[in-house]
Design a protein around this ligand. Structure first.
Ligand code: PRP
Length: 180
């Protein structure tokens, strides 16, 4: 639970997110056209809202699987050590994989998970992140599709938490502390 008082200012509206997802889904559907072996993998917990909206816009036969990784816990600082809390249920060897992330910040999480999944020899793997904070990158990794490039602000909502709260906001908001 957050310990300092704060308010949340809207940064990206639910409507803008929906419009962007429609476009991204069209591009992804084109890229994977003809495949009948795509597994869309949601990286929990943060991606649960994004993947739910994204898969419903995909014009493809897909399967859905989940992986849970954490490096922040309740902290606002990355531990730079990615822990896998839950692995995939299915095998991805020889399959097409789309890995779905909510946000790429330092890049440690995406890099670690991509390495781990590539070791299982998927036929193709692509990645998508709703948000990208390029200015915060510490390791060399980029998602193939990015919803929005954002500045170095503390964001919450649409799946993203502040000490586990605010994941249920329908928009992306910016945290503003009201006391020092
Ligand atoms: C958050 C977020 C990303 C990751 C991005 O996960 O969901 O997976 O951090 O940060 P990075 O690029 O600096 O690694 P977190 O560890 O907070 O777990 P959660 O998804 O369960 O909130």
């Amino acid at each position: 639970m957050p310990t300092r008082p704060y308010v949340i200012d809207e940064m990206i509206s639910a409507k803008s997110i929906a419009a962007r997802i429609e476009n991204l889904a069209r591009e992804i559907s084109d890229t994977f056209k003809g495949t009948d072996k795509l597994v869309v993998v949601g990286l929990l917990r943060g991606s649960f809202v994004f993947i739910a909206d994204l898969v419903r816009e995909l014009d493809l036969p897909i399967e859905v699987d989940f992986l849970e990784a954490t490096s922040y816990g309740d902290s606002t600082e990355s531990s730079r050590e990615v822990k896998i809390m839950k692995d995939l249920r299915g095998k991805i060897g020889g399959r097409d994989v789309l890995l779905v992330e909510d946000i790429v910040d330092t890049g440690f999480t995406l890099k670690h998970v991509v390495g781990m999944l590539n070791a299982r020899k998927p036929a193709h793997m692509k990645t998508i992140a709703l948000l990208n904070k390029q200015s915060r990158r510490e390791v060399d990794v980029t998602a193939d599709w990015i919803g929005f490039e954002i500045p170095d602000e503390f964001v919450v909502g649409y799946g993203i938490d502040f000490a586990q709260r605010n994941r249920n906001l329908p928009f992306i908001g910016k945290v503003r502390f009201t006391e020092e």
